[in-house]
Ligand binder design. Sequence first.
Ligand SMILES: [Ca+2]
Ligand SMILES: [Ca+2]
Ligand SMILES: [Ca+2]
Length: 342
Amino acid sequence: MRAYRIVACIFQRAITAAVSFGLLWIAAGGLLAASAHAKQRSAAAWRAQGTAELRLHRFDGAIAAFQHSLELQPDSPRVFYSMGVAYAGNHDPVRAFEWLERASATHRFDMTEITEEANFAALRADPRFAKLLPGAADFEHPFVEDVKIIREWRGEASGDQFGWIARKVGDVDGDGVTDIVVSAPTHGERGSKTGRVYVYSVGSGRLLWTADGRPGDELGTGVEGVGDTNGDGIPDVAASGPAGSGVAYIYSGRNGRVLHAFRSGRTDELFGNHISGAGDVDGDGNSDLIVGAPGKEGEAKTAGHAYIYSGRDGALHPGQPGAGLPARDRAGPAESTRLAAR
Ligand SMILES: [Ca+2]
Ligand SMILES: [Ca+2]
Ligand SMILES: [Ca+2]
């Protein structure tokens, strides 16, 4: 009798567990739909549900969810695009292209995503597909707002990262208008990544001068105006590149001539990851330079450094690592007149 009760008890628990598991299963299945309702049918909740349905290849469910989203937020380029994906998944190219063209027409969606989307495999041969990709005309009016572009400068080649940094440097050509420096740290022939910095006259739009690093330097990772370091009355420019052994330069703002070059001998720091004018630190009337050198990832032995150099003679400011040592002990293969960081 007792044995019978134990068996009955185990049987009862098994049934209870099975029912509970079944309820959980049903609850999980309805979770996304419940979430959409729980969030007061917000557009974002419907959009999330549609995206989840897309991932499960339940294209009808995705279309229904996206339509709900559009009822609440009609102007969503992301949803236009997703509708295109859903209709493509449903083998309905006519509607897929309708929605994709709608997404493209907003000029607010990166249509290059179509090249990565597996559901568009069957659409790629269609002439309408290529037309969805951005062309030169799409970049003629890049702003949503109605703006007047006063000056525009373009990089030389794709992959240069022209515009990585753009800074005002003061008036270097004497026309009374402050000028700018722009960097392209991965510029270089055949992927050499020398990096290049460009100084432009804002008044005339002319390119005044450029400076290049050496292969692998990625010069222009850091670039700034530094004020007048050599006392000729014209503000100068500093640029750096940490990718190789680490370099930093001060250029004459007048013509781009190298006034000082600094090249690190350390392999555990990203010398030149950042660079800036420091103001006149030593009070000699000439602007000075500060170079940041954080420790490389995985190198536990250094906490990183910030080096201050005299703009007048390139000397390392007293009290810093290497200061007071003969130049030959601090310098790496400096290209120009002066020392490098230790
Ligand atoms: Ca100027
Ligand atoms: Ca100067
Ligand atoms: Ca100074």
